[in-house]
Ligand binder design. Structure first.
Ligand code: SF4
Ligand code: SF4
Ligand code: FES
Length: 548
């Protein structure tokens, strides 16, 4: 038997804590909810111990220590609330702020800046420095997707460690010494990795700000919702920020989930969101007749489609995009099957779906849709027969279908849709439910506007087999409808049956009651924000990249 201790007993500020071996004092305190101020510590980066904000007093140790790099040991008695600690934290903060430009009114970090927060909490000293005597450094240095302000930088090295340990691209370094130190890319060239937005997140001050967000919106006007990214099968956990007055989407940031994305997300998932409100967004149902676009109402569309399906349901093919939530897919299967439809397929690039690991060794998956695993599991447990693309294409080319409905397309790439559309013969009328108009859609008879994944709630199953919550951050834009509403409208043949936004919860409950996803038998409200393992697809290994 190992003689290593299984647990370590220590006390912090009089609270008894049982820590795991290998934990630092900082981490042990965190487990007990004791907050210690810090700049350089980050849970997903190596420890640098350079900011000196996390000071603590340890019994029998004459000098104050940094808690982020001091291992917790048996019987340790730690205090972070003594006058001695408070004095030193205030002095360290004063040092960090000595040359700070104090441009909070024009800084995008204002409202979520750790210099502001800590000054209020641990500073409140009277400045001993005249503004004119401050050491000024370069401002607004363009390093690619990010703007660097050296005057605001407190040299915590989080950004340097991120490019060394996570992306391993090593673009950033700190040059010079003392108050001449500046952050730069080594070759003075722009950052060149696909994860640059994370630098703006982890910079605890306003030294690194994202061009995409700079000067767009004050953070205190934003409302935040926890959701997931839908731009690949990883399903990175995110926080979506929208201004509730304008319902405009301003920011998507990673939310920490050690099993999925640690604290990171890629730049595509973060910034490839312009389709939500750009000029190509479909705003109303449209009929295309000989190259002319005729605006129509949902009522007309529902009536026409209901009658098309009723007259020959077996000659209808329904394609479910793997951008759809699990609940939308289930509702569509039930609704269209009830109308007599027997042919279903999925819309995804099939070559990418089996690949359950990130192709770049960090997060990104070749499957650029969020819910192929949900589709597969749903089809398997409901024993629904469906066609893979090879069979669908054969049937399309044999002119077996009068109508082809493609439901739930999102964004501009729509993986898998192009091949199906190209192979659809002119005898088959096409209906496309999509967020965005693209050139490929010229062949369609009907275009109907889809609600984006920022406008609907439900669940997605990622490539690791985790079912996660997608949460609406804004209302359906323009006259968009999600697929719950589309299948309801077609079933009823009118526009009065459009489902309320709570429809997904009813379907989620049914899926839970019927154990369609065995690991996700629970109340929607009780489903953790970090997701649940559905217990079928099988969970691949979490992120594994060496630190340091
Ligand atoms: S730019 Fe930000 S993250 Fe990088 S060293 Fe300076 S303060 Fe730290
Ligand atoms: S890796 Fe995939 S899920 Fe994660 S942010 Fe990028 S596109 Fe989104
Ligand atoms: S957080 Fe401990 S030294 Fe920076």
């Amino acid at each position: 038997m190992s003689d290593k201790p299984q647990e370590i007993n220590l006390s912090v500020n009089g609270t008894a804590i049982i820590a795991k071996p290998g934990m630092t004092v900082f981490q042990a305190a965190q487990t007990a909810g004791i907050f210690i101020p810090h700049y350089c510590y980050h849970p997903d980066l190596s420890i640098a111990g350079v900011c000196r904000m996390c000071m603590c007093e340890i019994e029998k140790n004459p000098r104050l220590q940094i808690s982020c790099n001091t291992m917790a040991t048996e019987g340790m008695v730690v205090r972070t609330d003594t006058d001695k600690v408070k004095d030193i934290v205030q002095s360290v903060l004063e040092l960090h702020l000595i040359n700070h430009p104090l441009d909070c009114p024009i800084c995008d970090k204002a409202g979520e800046c750790k210099l502001q927060d800590y000054y209020q909490e641990y500073g409140l000293y009277k400045s001993r420095i005249e503004y004119e005597t401050k050491n000024h450094k370069p401002k607004a240095v363009d390093i690619g997707t990010i703007i660097l302000d050296d005057e605001r930088c407190i040299l915590c090295t989080r950004c340097v460690r991120f490019t060394a340990e996570v992306t391993k691209t090593h673009e950033l370094g700190i040059f010079n010494r003392g108050d001449r130190s500046i952050l730069r890319t080594y070759d003075e060239k722009p950052l060149r990795n696909d994860y640059t937005g994370n630098l703006a997140d982890i910079c605890p001050v306003g030294a690194l700000t994202a061009k995409e967000f700079r000067f767009k919106q004050r953070v205190w006007f934003l409302e935040r919702n926890d959701s997931v990214c839908t731009q690949c099968a990883r399903g990175c956990n995110v926080t979506v920020s929208v201004n509730p007055d304008t319902t405009k989407l301003y920011r998507v940031e990673p939310r920490r989930n050690p099993d999925v994305n640690q604290s990171w997300m890629c730049d595509t998932g973060r910034w490839n969101t312009h389709y939500v409100s750009d000029a190509n967004r479909l705003t109303s149902p449209q009929k295309q007749v000989e190259g002319k676009i005729i605006e129509e109402t949902w009522e007309t569309f529902f009536k026409v489609m209901a009658s098309n399906i009723q007259s020959a349901p077996k000659k209808v093919l329904v394609g479910l995009s793997t951008y759809l939530t699990t609940e939308e897919m289930a509702d569509c299967l039930e609704g269209f099957s009830g109308l007599g439809v027997t042919h279903f397929t999925w819309i995804v690039d099939e070559r990418t779906v089996e690949d359950r690991k990130a192709y770049d060794g960090i997060l990104k998956h070749h499957d650029q849709t969020p819910n192929a695993a949900g589709f597969l599991q749903l089809m398997e447990t409901t024993k629904t027969s469906w066609l893979k693309h090879e069979e669908v294409i054969k049937k399309l080319q044999a002119k077996e279908f009068d109508h082809f409905l493609l439901l739930g397309l999102e964004g501009v790439t729509m993986p898998g849709a192009a091949e199906l559309l190209i192979k659809t013969p002119k005898e088959t009328s096409i209906t496309i439910h999509a967020t965005t108009r693209v050139a490929l859609f010229e062949k369609a008879t009907w275009l109907i506007p889809n609600a984006s994944s920022f406008e609907k709630s439900g669940t997605m199953v990622n490539a690791l087999g985790l079912m996660q919550k997608l949460v609406a951050s804004m209302p359906w834009q323009f006259t968009s409808r999600d697929s719950h509403a589309v299948v309801f409208g077609i079933k009823e043949g009118n526009d009065r049956a459009v489902s309320p936004t709570g429809r997904f919860q009813t379907v989620f409950k049914r899926l839970s009651d019927e154990a369609i996803f065995p690991g996700a038998r629970m109340d929607w409200k009780k489903m953790p924000a970090s997701g649940v393992n559905i217990g079928v697809v099988g969970r691949a290994e979490g992120i594994k990249y060496a630190k340091g």
